[in-house]
Each structure stands twice: as structure tokens, then as C-alpha cells.
Design a protein around this ligand. Structure first.
Ligand code: AMP
Ligand code: GLY
Length: 428
């Protein structure tokens, strides 16, 4: 098969690494890719939101399968555009159409979906500028902390958690006033959930599903989970506090009704569902849905999958996922994300990176990197490179990643030194 993978981050590097191992993968193109994805295919300068250009590429290169990494092209209707054109309609796309992508693109849509299908999640109400007074009253009925969410995509910044009622009321008004542009013209206010978070990943053809390895990520920039939110500073899979019994609850209470709910609501869906979960005293509650894999979770999930990913994608495309099972390694995978100094605030790009050849025992998944005109690999984003390692134990895996992190050098490099430390108490 000739495959087009859309995206440019660590997630796409991990997907490319995994797909390139498949005997079913003939040519692999990554649009636009990064300095790391070059090792597994051909990077192409295609804008995924230029639907005409993508369709022309699919025909020119005889593409048999499109895999979409990030949510934005899906929310903007890339899959719908490919389907709507008779010349490309038969090319399967991994990633939902716009309607299904609303599970991530609209928090209100996602919450209403969960309520309709009895999927455990925090109680909520949605408000607009016209109903701001009711929103303030609703806040008064809740206990602190208060959770306010912009309905639309807000680059991961649209969720506010506030301890003070007056502060929450003020923020509600500011959000409805355009604090996050159009994304916050509707605001979801919800009950605060306590517990510990994890990410569960499902691949579905709209009828059947397979559950991929779960993972925990580290969102804050600072050690001990302090400071600003980032895209993710590291990840671990499996998650030691998500045992068999808990994962069975996740499957029965969340995965099954989610996939059945999509079918019941006539929402076509072929692709990944990323379920952000809270483990609240042993009971799973959904925090959010995403319509893609997580980043950096993919960098620990892919190394643990022993099955052929392209074969699974083919089954999704043909509606035959029900005939497949997934084989997963018992090993633990850890990744440490190396970032640019200053990230997630202003940071520099273009710093030369060295030391790749010294890395031994880890897999490098480039995130924000590119090749400059002198053929050097340089930094090109906030999150620069993920260093992933498999080990027989968590300690073995994380030690290997930290050993190899030392070899990768560039000006202003930063990474958290405490990835996975919080989990130590769960291993016996
Ligand atoms: P989201 O974009 O919905 O994933 O929210 C971002 C982060 O806010 C989540 O990863 C949680 O850490 C936190 N969060 C979101 N909703 C809640 C909630 N209802 N209770 C507690 N924390 C939440
Ligand atoms: N690591 C969280 C995300 O991909 O949204």
C-alpha cells in the first residue's frame, strides 16, 4: 500500500516508524513531516487544509490509505473533502469526518453525547453570552474548584480551573466575551473531578474496536507537576494504577457505549478515539474525547504494539476490525520529551542539534525538528524530540531514556527529570 500520513510531530514520527515496519507498507509519505520522519518515508510539503492539493497528491502518487495524525485537519473536514470527490472517495482515511471530529471539536457536543449514552462524566451545563446570568447562578450551585471549558478548539488552553467563585464568574464573562475567540462563544461549566488521570486509546471501524495500550502523560513544564501546561513532557505505558479490573470497567462503561453510541447516532467513525480519563477511586470518568492519538502518548504506545498497524488500518478501512485482535508487549515504555528553552512561552528555533549517533538502546521520535539548508538537523518547535525506551521494568526503561537524553545536545535544551517518579508507589 502507498500511504499518506498527515502531521509533523512526535506522534507522526512514531506512527511512521511503526507503519514502515509493515510488509504491507510500500511507499510512505509524510506531510509535512520532520527531520525524523525522513528515515521512514518521504516528507512532502503539502498543506492538509488545501483539500484540492491533497486530492491531487492522492491521485498522482496512487495513495491507498490516508492516516491523519492531528485533529485540526479532521475538524476542518479533510476526510469529508476526500469522500465528496468521486475521484478520491474510495481512498480510505483513518480519522473521522467532521461530524465525528466534533467529539473533540466541541466540548458541548461531546458532553451531550456522553449524557445520551450513559457514559460516566462530570455533570455540566453549557452557556452562551445570552445565558451568562444563568451561568453565574449555575456556578453558585457548584463547589470549588470550578471548571470552565471553551467549547471549541483552543490549542489546549481552553480549560480553566479556578478556586474562587468570583474569579470563576469573571472568567466566564471574559470567555463569553471572546477570550479564546470563537472557541469560547459557548462555555461548558462542569463539576470538578478528583483522582488521577490517564489516557486510553481505541481504534474503531465504527462497529468494532480494539483497545490499544493505555498511557499516562506529564502535562506541566515543571518537575512535580508545576508551572504552565504544555503539550506533554513525557509519558509511560502501561499505567500501573490501571489494572485489569479498572480496564474492564473502562471497556464496559466507556469504550462499548462510546462505539455503540456512534453507530446509534449515525456518526460514521473510522479512526482513533483518545479517551482522557480520571480514575476516581477506582471508577473511570471521562474528562474528554480526542479524535486522534495523544502526543507524547503515541511515543510509548507504538513501541508496545506487536501487531502490524497497517494490517489493523486495512481492517478498519474494510469494516473488518471485528476479525482482528491486537498483540501488545508486556514491557514498559517511557518517553522523555526534550523541549526548547522557554517553552511553552516564547522560545527559539533553528538551533543545531548533535549527538544522534551516540544514542543506543532508545528510539528517537523527532517532534519539532527540521533540516536546514546546510543539511543540519535544527530545532523547529517547542517540543523538540522524544526519547523512548522499552524495558523489562519501568525503572529500566526510564533510566535508558535519561541516559540517552544526555547525548542529544542543542542550545537551551530542557526536559523534566522526574518523568514516571510519581508512579513508583504503584509498583510492588
Ligand atoms: P481537557 O482539555 O478537557 O482535557 O482539560 C484539560 C485538563 O483539565 C485535563 O487534562 C484535566 O487535568 C483538567 N480537567 C478537565 N476537566 C476536569 C474536571 N471536570 N475535573 C477536574 N479536572 C479537569
Ligand atoms: N498528550 C495529550 C494530548 O495529546 O492531547
Amino acid at each position: 500500500m502507498n500511504i499518506l500520513l498527515v502531521g509533523s510531530g512526535g506522534r507522526e514520527n512514531a506512527l511512521a516508524w511503526k507503519m514502515a515496519q509493515s510488509p504491507k507498507c510500500n511507499k510512505l509519505f509524510i506531510a509535512p513531516g520532520n527531520a525524523g520522519t525522513r528515515d521512514y518515508g518521504t516528507n512532502v510539503a503539502l498543506n492538509p487544509n488545501d483539500h484540492q492539493a491533497v486530492k491531487k497528491f492522492l491521485l498522482d502518487e496512487k495513495i491507498d490509505l490516508v492516516v491523519v495524525g492531528p485533529e485540526e485537519p479532521l475538524v476542518k473536514g479533510l476526510h469529508d473533502a476526500i469522500l465528496a470527490d468521486a475521484t478520491t472517495a474510495s481512498i480510505p482515511v483513518i480519522g473521522p469526518q467532521q461530524l465525528g471530529a466534533s467529539l473533540e471539536g466541541s466540548k458541548e457536543f461531546a458532553k451531550a453525547f456522553m449524557m445520551r449514552h450513559g457514559i460516566p462524566t462530570a455533570q455540566y451545563k453549557a452557556f452562551t453570552a445570552e445565558t451568562v446570568a444563568e451561568g453565574e447562578k449555575f456556578l453558585e450551585t457548584l463547589k470549588a474548584p470550578y471548571v470552565l471549558k471553551a467549547d471549541g478548539l483552543a490549542a489546549g488552553k481552553g480549560v480553566l480551573i479556578l478556586d474562587d467563585l468570583n474569579e470563576a464568574k469573571k472568567e466566564l464573562r471574559q470567555m463569553l466575551d471572546g477570550k479564546f475567540g470563537d472557541a469560547s462563544s459557548t462555555v461548558v461549566i462542569e463539576e470538578y473531578l478528583s483522582g488521577i488521570e490517564l489516557s486510553v486509546f481505541v481504534l474503531t471501524d465504527g462497529k468494532s474496536y480494539v483497545i490499544l495500550p493505555e498511557a499516562k502523560d506529564y502535562k506541566r513544564i515543571g518537575e512535580g507537576d508545576t508551572g504552565l501546561n504544555t503539550g506533554g513532557m513525557g509519558a509511560v505505558s502501561p499505567v500501573p494504577f490501571a489494572g485489569k479490573e479498572f480496564m474492564q470497567k473502562v471497556e464496559d462503561r466507556i469504550v462499548k457505549p462510546t462505539v455503540a453510541g456512534l453507530a446509534k447516532d449515525n456518526i460514521p467513525y473510522k479512526g482513533f478515539i483518545f479517551i482522557g480519563l480520571m480514575n476516581s477511586d477506582g471508577d473511570p470518568m471521562v474528562i474528554e474525547y480526542n479524535v486522534r492519538m495523544g502526543d507524547p502518548e503515541t511515543e510509548v504506545v507504538m513501541p508496545r504494539i506487536e501487531s502490524d498497524l497497517v494490517d489493523l488500518f486495512e481492517a478498519v478501512a474494510n469494516g473488518k476490525l471485528g476479525e482482528k485482535t491486537i498483540k501488545v508487549s508486556n514491557k514498559t515504555c517511557c518517553t522523555v520529551m526534550m523541549v526548547a528553552g522557554g517553552y511553552p512561552e516564547a522560545y527559539k528555533k533553528g538551533d543545531v542539534m548533535t549527538g544522534f549517533e551516540k544514542v543506543d538502546g532508545s528510539i528517537l521520535f523527532h517532534a519539532g525538528t527540521k533540516v536546514n539548508d546546510k543539511d543540519e538537523v535544527v530545532t523547529n518547535g517547542g517540543r523538540v524530540i522524544a526519547v523512548s525506551s522499552l524495558g523489562n521494568t519501568k525503572d529500566e526503561a526510564i533510566a535508558m531514556s535519561y541516559k540517552n537524553v544526555e547525548h542529544i545536545q542543542y542550545a537551551g535544551r530542557y526536559f523534566r527529570r522526574d518523568i514516571s517518579k510519581d508512579l513508583d508507589k504503584y509498583y510492588k
